[in-house]
Design a protein around this ligand. Structure first.
Ligand SMILES: Cc1ncc(COP(=O)(O)O)c(C=O)c1O
Length: 388
């Protein structure tokens, strides 16, 4: 049958060009829907029995590939991608807690997480108690019969407190609750929270897992049963990742091990230098002996602590930032291969009152440095010139 140009154009590209072998790098699957030749095949896809994709929001091949890769890295049965780190956290929280339930969370959390926990979840009828998760007695006191979840950051943003995952997992499980761990600052190259008892592990993909500030997404890893529950929420909420962002993250993920070693080595060297610098009041980094959880950090992070550190500067912040212009830019994110600087009081924690920030220890002189993988000599020279 000969079709008109109108029909030929509308159906163009439905048959992919033949090739021998398989592409070494999976292509970006942009199709928002898949076509089936029978109702049986359609049913197998929608029921999940074939495991094949059918509609973009429910999951693309790129997201599925990334999910398998991260589950393997975290040592969990499964993982599910979300549209952002916040989407991943929301999916994790809603999979575990419903109206009438209670969540205990570390008060030292990323500002967005803090806002989700304190401003949004209570509107859905989920009660939230914030505690100092380094104080195990305070955590125990906060757990209630209806507590379903204990949520912490493996390394907190921005003060780099270290969560005692084995102890927290034991506490949560003894009270019939689950432990979820935001491991964004650590990455599975340095820490696998499931090995320490975490039930759910959450990452912002836009940080170390992608590594180049060019992909947005989140991921939750855990048991198949819990992850399917998270996936259901994310699909219903419309908060799944784009194929492009999943694909970009996969490209970055390939160098995760190399990058994390370089980030960690550079951050430790900078923490050592800054902690002895007259213009620096205080440095927050788990690899410094004066860090309150130095020994715990050594136990949990034998391969290094990642690239994040914070410090309080003596003197004019604006002048310091200006002196780093063209070298280490002010950028409200983290984990890029290039070093960036952030101002927690004005970015991640700006929604908090000055009193609330002070209570958390986030001072107006605090800067957070995301140490990149540049040559350490160059980085130290830039920082020392800016501090001079
Ligand atoms: C520790 C941590 N968790 C979660 C998030 C949220 O991730 P996203 O910005 O991808 O939503 C961030 C963002 O900075 C973060 O630092």
């Amino acid at each position: 049958m000969t079709y008109t140009p109108q029909t030929l154009a509308a159906r163009a590209g439905e048959e992919a060009a033949p090739h021998s072998g398989r592409p070494l790098i999976e292509g970006i699957a942009a199709s928002t829907v898949y076509a089936f030749d029978s109702l049986t095949d359609l049913e197998a896809a929608l029921s999940g029995s074939s495991g094949l994709p059918f509609y973009y929001r429910n999951g693309t091949p790129n997201a599925a590939t990334l999910e398998r890769a991260v589950a393997a890295l975290e040592g969990t049965e499964a993982a599910v991608c979300a549209a952002s780190g916040m989407g991943a956290l929301l999916g994790a929280f809603l999979a575990i807690a419903a109206a009438g339930d209670h969540i205990v969370a570390d008060q030292q959390a990323y500002g967005g997480t803090f806002a989700l926990l304190t401003a949004e979840l209570p509107r859905l009828g989920i009660e939230v108690s914030l505690v100092d998760a380094t104080d195990l007695e305070a955590v125990t006191a906060a757990l209630r019969p209806n507590t379903r979840l204990l949520h912490v950051e493996a390394l907190s943003n921005p003060l780099m407190t270290v969560a005692d995952l084995p102890a927290l997992a034991e506490l949560a499980h003894a009270h019939g609750a689950r432990l979820s761990v935001d491991s964004t600052f650590a990455s599975p190259a340095l820490l696998r929270p499931a090995e320490h008892g975490a039930d759910l592990v959450v990452h912002s993909l836009s940080k170390y897992l992608s590594g180049h500030s060019n992909a947005m997404g989140g991921i939750v890893a855990g048991s198949r049963e819990l992850i399917e529950s998270v996936r259901l929420r994310l699909v219903r909420l419309g908060a799944t990742v784009s194929a492009f962002d999943a694909w970009m993250t996969l490209q970055g993920l390939k160098t995760l091990g190399l990058r994390m070693r370089a980030h960690a080595g550079n951050a430790q060297a900078i923490a050592d230098v800054l902690s002895n610098h007259p213009r620096i009041e205080r440095v927050y980094h788990p690899g410094l002996e004066d860090h309150p959880q130095f020994e715990l950090a050594q136990r949990l992070f034998p391969e290094g602590y990642g690239g994040m550190l914070s410090f309080e500067l003596r003197g004019d912040l604006e002048e310091f930032v200006a002196r780093l212009r063209g070298k280490i830019p002010l950028a409200p994110s983290l984990a890029d291969v290039a070093s960036t600087l952030s101002y927690p009081a004005g970015t991640s924690h700006r929604a908090l009152s000055p009193e609330a920030r002070a209570a958390l220890g986030i001072s107006d002189q605090l800067l957070r440095l995301s140490v990149g993988i540049e040559d350490i000599g160059d980085l130290l020279a830039d920082l020392e010139a800016a501090l001079a």
